[in-house]
Design a protein around this ligand. Structure first.
Ligand SMILES: C[S@@+](CC[C@H](N)C(=O)[O-])C[C@H]1O[C@@H](n2cnc3c(N)ncnc32)[C@H](O)[C@@H]1O
Length: 375
């Protein structure tokens, strides 16, 4: 059994743990900003293909106390790197350092890279080269309280980059965070899902994928583990085939998005097409004030209104959040959720908060709030 660590947005660890248990991974343990789990190589492939809330899946290969860059170098050099790469591979080390004697993350990353390359030079006279942009073997170094954990990064590019969003609008939600919000909302896929301020369409697209049981990794170009020495291409191809067979062709209930800006709705429509759900998700141009639910059973509404980081927007924002409160009152029986980084504005919705979940969007502390439409 191999131990892995899947990272996620802070606050999303419990949802990620549930996803891992469903894979099923073994010995699932919640950590800070991620979840560790055990399994054989196949569970790592499945984790990359199926996890909706993970950012990357790491395979730790070394844990060592380090109090200086030289100690870090020696620890990294003590590992037999020929088990993981050859001089023909490219590599890059991504480091983050917290509460430790070593404070300079880039220097720490360089020492690890030097240790690996020096080992190859000493043994075979050739060394792997560095490719900072698209390394074949990306490595992750995490130093916390003078303990270094060095991991192979099996994902490569962050898993939130599903491959369907070529067009970026302002302030889009990270896809992994959007999927996590939907899972946190406990939407059952059998009732309607709407986002009346949909921007680039991340929430409705992720909702449709959840309802279709579509693996979030199917659309991606590739994963770092495909360059690893032990990559099992036959097994990986079979896993992808199984995922394609598992996917439903139609949605059990309506999934829709609307936004006040036509250009933004055009982007969302294009993104949905790239995500393979262009024919399934409904899009429209509409002011949230004019939003009304069609003759459908009550469903789930998730909205991510502007936070308003710029000055001079308060009055407009206050009106907008007030409008949301009025809208929710017109939707009895619906589960209405707001994701915002602006706690002050959330109060102007003027409805009781039934659930409050704290999360991070990048560095911004955010809240995911369920309001009670019955007031
Ligand atoms: C923070 S962005 C949403 C980002 C989106 N979740 C995504 O993933 O791209 C807020 C969106 O609200 C829209 N918006 C602002 N005022 C609106 C209004 N009165 N009615 C509907 N949409 C509005 C903006 O056009 C913008 O796309």
């Amino acid at each position: 059994m191999i131990r892995y660590f899947a990272t996620c947005v802070r606050g999303m660890e419990e949802v990620l743990a549930q996803e891992l248990r469903a894979l099923p991974a073994h010995e699932v343990q919640i950590g800070r900003g991620g979840v560790s789990f055990c399994g054989d190589r196949s569970i790592m492939y499945q984790a990359n293909l199926w996890l909706r809330t993970a950012i990357r899946v790491l395979r730790p290969v070394l844990t060592a106390p380090v109090h200086s860059p030289d100690e870090l170098y020696d620890a990294a050099r003590s590992l037999d790197w020929s088990r993981y790469l050859t001089p023909d591979h490219t590599l890059a080390v991504d480091a983050n350092v917290r509460d430790s004697v070593i404070t300079h993350s880039q220097y720490a990353a360089r020492r690890v890279k030097d240790a690996i390359c020096d080992q190859f030079l000493a043994k075979v006279g050739r060394r792997p080269s560095v490719d900072a942009r698209r390394p074949m073997v990306p490595l992750n170094l995490h130093i916390h309280q003078n303990v270094a954990v060095l991991s192979l990064d099996s994902s490569g590019e962050s898993l939130h980059k599903r491959g369907y969003r070529p067009v970026l609008t302002k302030a889009p939600l990270n896809e992994a965070l959007a999927a996590g919000l939907i899972l946190l909302s406990r939407w059952d896929s059998q009732t309607p899902f709407v986002d009346p301020m949909c921007g680039s369409g991340t929430l409705p697209i992720e909702a449709s994928w959840i309802a279709l049981d579509r693996a979030p990794g199917l659309t991606r170009q590739g994963f770092a583990f495909q360059s690893w020495l032990d990559f099992d291409i036959a097994f990986w191809t079979e896993l992808r085939e199984q995922a394609r067979r598992r996917m439903a062709r139609s949605l059990p209930a309506g999934v829709s998005g609307s936004d006040i800006r036509r250009d933004v709705v055009d982007f969302a429509t294009k993104n949905a097409r790239a995500a393979g759900v262009g024919h399934l998700v409904q899009w429209s141009v509409r002011d949230v004030a004019a939003f009304h639910a069609s003759d459908s059973p009550p469903g789930t509404l998730i909205v991510n209104p502007p936070f308003g980081e710029r000055l001079g927007q308060e009055a407009d924002l206050r009106r907008l959040y007030g409008t949301l409160g009025q809208l929710f009152r017109r939707l009895p029986g619906w589960r209405c959720w707001v994701f915002t980084g602006n706690g002050e504005m959330a109060r102007t919705v003027r409805l009781p908060v039934r659930e409050r979940i704290h999360l991070f969007h990048g560095a911004i502390r955010c809240q995911f709030l369920r309001f009670d439409p019955s007031g």
